[in-house]
Design a protein around this ligand. Structure first.
Ligand SMILES: Cc1cc2nc3c(=O)[nH]c(=O)nc-3n(C[C@H](O)[C@H](O)[C@H](O)COP(=O)(O)OP(=O)(O)OC[C@H]3O[C@@H](n4cnc5c(N)ncnc54)[C@H](O)[C@@H]3O)c2cc1C
Length: 414
């Protein structure tokens, strides 16, 4: 029987393990953490075919420079002299073109729809109960500029076969009867779904362990044993050996790849979330506040999670309360009667693995015959998790991939 080592037990690593085990591989997962609350746990839980525009757009670069001066803004780059950041930033700016957005739409749509279909299958498998809901998602907007942009988005979505409709404020109110809101209107993306990521992660871990997948926590991968174009072994607390290696180390993928002399430009985009149990703020659908870039998700029956901000900073910078204040202050602008206090002891944060062009890296780098890279999904890692896992298994099993993965080539910045 062939064997695989997966570096990283986030959603991408676990989904890869799920499909590789199905294909008969002996799977070992190595993770440096306890695998209890990383980026794949506290996220907003969206499965978003609606997000067919990559992070790297001309608009975000312009706004990024403006927002750099505001510590409560939705997107914040902490200026620092760091070669990895400068290198990533230059590539990001170069990639952020209108043509890149157009080129990325179909690959992103296809992997997203694949992933959603696979989550639907997993949701009804024995041992899984992660509150998968297919209610769509509503994007609220407040400004005329975004009302105009919303019209274009609806047209583009429908052209791509993704069901979306423009809603007046009154129509939004019908869908969200308990909210008192100050908005102009919304887009209802019926194509989207959501789930409770914390439960998905624990269900996946339990399922994999029951099936005999070995999960080693507190095992930081520090090096590799290589021979010509093959990885022979993986160095962590001890040496591990397998036929194939999957690199799914989230925001640290670039750092691990450097030990293999591979250039995978990646930085961590820190985001925060806060989850309330049964709060008086009742929301029926997942909501995105467009101008504020805040996500509000009803989860697991009676929970509501508020998440947002993209803070490009170093991994050892302490979390900043100001970022969470920014989220709460912007929620109040949409819902004037919103008055939930920030529960300071319940602030969660995680680092999104951000590639340099907003598209994930999925595939075999030319340098190694038995390595697959699967990372860089930025704000779409949960959404694209099951699809990515399936594609990883198809690459390793030399099957025709379920979607065209050429846009995700991990060598595109070599
Ligand atoms: C506030 C917020 C909201 C979000 N909302 C959504 C959403 O609604 N929908 C969506 O699709 N996405 C969302 N995301 C993004 C999503 O959470 C991430 O894209 C996703 O979790 C990344 O998964 P991953 O498996 O690549 O990385 P991770 O979950 O970070 O897993 C990587 C793992 O690799 C391990 N690792 C790293 N280095 C090593 C090493 N050297 N040796 C061993 N192990 C190592 C780490 O410990 C970690 O467990 C959100 C993110 C944030 C922060």
């Amino acid at each position: 029987m062939s064997s695989v080592i997966i570096i990283g037990g986030g959603i991408i690593g676990l989904c890869s393990a799920y499909y590789l085990h199905d294909e008969g591989y002996t799977v070992t997962i190595l993770d440096k953490s306890d695998m209890l609350d990383g980026c794949s746990y506290g996220n907003a839980g969206y499965l978003s075919p609606s997000h067919f525009v990559p992070l790297a757009t001309p608009g975000i670069v312009k706004k990024g420079f403006k927002w750099m001066l505001n510590s409560k803004s939705p997107f914040y780059v902490q200026p620092r002299l760091d070669a990895t950041l400068i290198n990533w930033g230059l590539k990001f700016i170069k990639s952020a073109t209108a043509a890149h957005s157009v080129r990325s739409a179909i690959p992103l749509r296809d992997i997203s729809l694949l992933s959603k279909k696979l989550y639907e299958e997993i949701a009804i498998a024995p041992g899984f109960d992660f509150y998968y809901e297919k209610k769509g998602m509503i994007e609220f907007f407040k400004t005329e500029v975004n009302a105009h942009h919303a019209e274009e988005m609806v047209v583009q979505s429908n052209k791509l076969g993704l069901e979306a409709m423009l809603l007046s404020k009154e129509q939004v109110q019908e869908l969200e009867p308990d909210l008192q809101m100050d908005i102009l209107g919304g887009i209802y993306f019926k194509c989207d779904a959501h789930l409770y990521p914390n439960k998905l992660m624990s269900d996946l871990k339990n399922d994999l362990m029951k099936k005999g997948v070995l999960i080693h926590t507190q095992q930081e991968v520090t090096g590799f044993i290589t021979e010509n174009d093959r990885i022979k072994g993986v160095r962590a607390g001890q040496d591990f050996f397998a036929d194939e290696v999957v690199l799914a180390a989230g925001a640290l993928t670039g750092e691990v790849a450097r030990k293999l002399q591979l250039r995978i430009p990646m930085i961590g985009g820190r985001g925060y979330s806060v989850t309330f149990d049964n709060p008086p703020f009742k929301v029926q659908h997942p909501i995105i506040l467009t101008e504020a870039r805040v996500a509000i998700t009803p989860m697991a029956g009676n929970k509501v999670r508020f998440g947002g901000t993209m803070e490009i900073t170093s991994f050892n910078t302490p979390p900043k309360l100001k970022r969470v204040e920014g989220i709460f202050e912007s929620v109040k602008k949409y819902f004037p009667s919103f008055d939930l206090p920030i529960p300071k002891d319940k602030i969660w944060y995680g680092y999104r693995p951000c590639s340099a062009d907003g598209l994930p890296y999925i595939g075999r780098p030319a340098k190694y015959k038995n390595l697959v890279v699967a990372s860089g999904h930025a704000m779409l890692g949960l959404s694209l998790g099951a699809g990515t896992g399936k594609l990883v298994s198809e690459i390793i099993c030399k099957k025709q991939p379920s979607t065209n993965i050429s846009a995700f080539d991990p060598d595109r910045f070599q």
